[in-house]
Design a protein around this ligand. Structure first.
Ligand SMILES: C[S@@+](CC[C@H](N)C(=O)[O-])C[C@H]1O[C@@H](n2cnc3c(N)ncnc32)[C@H](O)[C@@H]1O
Length: 209
């Protein structure tokens, strides 16, 4: 049964990765719109901007290895990363809260979760993550930061009270300027340790024991 469900997710993921092959072109179009003003999430409303398959597999492994159950994700897009998270929590009896600013992207993600048969494991919150996660009171085992990078620090600070001794914070696009500034702030706090992965594209933060 579990193997069958995993296959269904895998086939949805394969379709989405196929569809995302034009991302680079769409990204350039989005970036062109912002030639004379700062970039906005809406400029990329048709672009997946997803994590790679290898990152997804790695996240799945982490979830299973550490028996992670409660996941919060910042930046759903069309749901590729969330589907990898779902593959993980299917085996740990966990749940995911994911949040996306752009309504049309969130709706498409919900469709994808239904297609993959995992919408009951995922709560999608539509809106600005700083609002949708404001009253979050549950402990967080894994926080995936993969939205706009200037929000990494305020979101981390907002959710920090929900961290515990075994919490992981997975920071995607850690090599971008805004992420680096955020990571430098975290590094100053001796409670945290940082592990660089995928040539610096990702940093995994955990609590020092
Ligand atoms: C890099 S993409 C996420 C990719 C996704 N995690 C994946 O791997 O498939 C970042 C997403 O964050 C969303 N975003 C940007 N600012 C946001 C905010 N303030 N609140 C929620 N989502 C936001 C963007 O619209 C975009 O879809």
């Amino acid at each position: 049964m579990l193997a069958q469900q995993q296959k269904k997710i895998e086939s949805t993921l394969n379709e989405l990765f196929k569809d995302s092959k034009y991302d680079m072109l769409k990204m350039m179009k989005g970036a062109a719109k912002s030639a004379f003003r700062p970039m906005q999430p809406l400029d990329f409303k048709d672009v997946y901007l997803s994590i790679s398959k290898e990152q997804g597999e790695d996240l799945k492994r982490l979830i299973k290895e550490k028996n992670i159950k409660n996941i919060v994700e910042f930046g759903t897009s069309f749901g590729i990363s969330t589907l990898f998270l779902a593959q993980g929590v299917m085996e740990t009896a966990g749940r995911i809260i994911t949040t996306e600013l752009i309504e049309s992207k969130a709706q498409k993600a919900i469709e994808n979760f239904k297609k993959a048969g995992v919408n009951d494991l995922i709560e999608v919150r539509i809106g600005d993550a700083l609002e949708t996660l404001k009253n979050h009171t549950e402990p967080i085992d894994l926080l995936l930061l993969d939205g706009w990078k200037d929000l990494y620090l305020p979101l981390f600070q907002l959710l920090e009270p929900n961290f515990h001794a075994d919490t992981f914070i997975y920071v995607d696009n850690a090599d971008m300027e805004d992420s680096k500034a955020f990571l430098n702030r975290v590094r100053q706090n001796t409670s945290y340790q940082l592990q660089s992965k995928w040539g610096g594209k990702v940093v995994l933060i955990s609590i020092k024991k």
